[in-house]
Design a protein around this ligand. Sequence first.
Ligand code: ISE
Length: 335
Amino acid sequence: MTLRVAVIGAGIMGSDHARIIAEDIPGAKLQIVCDVSEVAARRIADEFAAEQVGTDALAAIQRDDVDAVLIASPDETHAELTLAALKVHKPVLCEKPLSPSPLDCLKVIEAESALGRRLVQIGFMRRYDSAYTEVKHSLDSKQIGTAIMMHNFHRNVEAPAGFSGMMAITNSAPHEFDAIRYVLGAEITTVSAYEPGLDNQGACKPVLLVMETSSGQLVTVEVNNNAAYGYDVRGELIGDRGSVSFGGQTPVQLDKALSSSTSYAADWRPRFEDAYRRQNKAWIQSIINGNPDPIAATAWDGYCASVIAQTGAGALASGQRHKIELAKKPALYRE
Ligand code: ISE
């Protein structure tokens, strides 16, 4: 069985997903690349030998020769396109965020619940990263006892123009929110957010989030989108009988001239290359098997990340500790 995939969006992530679908996944075929820019869509389609090129996402989703939809268009379009795919009962892998708006996430949840089966997976690829997998295993297998605290660091080399501390919470930190919920198996219940007071001429400042969970853990997240030295995602999970550190740069170390060095990736793609590949493979396999992948992030997980992001942004603006208020979890997403 070969699944014909439409990739919607020919930007950084769309082109990466198109490559993975075309080159790395037996059982999947890159059917169409669609982007509002025909030039961008054609460039990626030509590079990875897609059958078709399109500029109308809704039309691409409805095509008879498309079995599954991978959404990597701008964030604000994700929910609408996911709803369009659900309308024609097609499985979706939607890049994070499902939507910056929790209300729009809820619309997806309602539509999926009405269908009575899970067709939406969210691209929280860290669930497929070996570091996070091992951290979760060390906790689940009781190697470090009960989790007490978790520290998370998320650093990009340079923020795009116009990126703010607020956007660090709504665009970058959702990966952390999902990874924390996934590893700890707990909900985030409160959030406070801080920025350094220094005046660095309008550049996006780092933000520090302090959160509490439903199991009583304390969690910190530092997002620094202007870290300058490299893409660096790492952290430490502290239990009452041990602790596990994770992440870090590439595993290769260069020793010469009385010194030792390692190198950092310039952005997230090399760091999470294997995770993206495993995630997309698991997505295709789950469609072929007819069963959602057990570790995949669901529309509910997308909603939770969106609520935490929105609440975190509010906490940064107010300087107060804010409570995370979630809707009732629908039956479709309960284990
Ligand atoms: C970006 O949108 C991503 O999704 C990356 O994974 C993340 O590391 C980066 O900070 C975000 O801005």
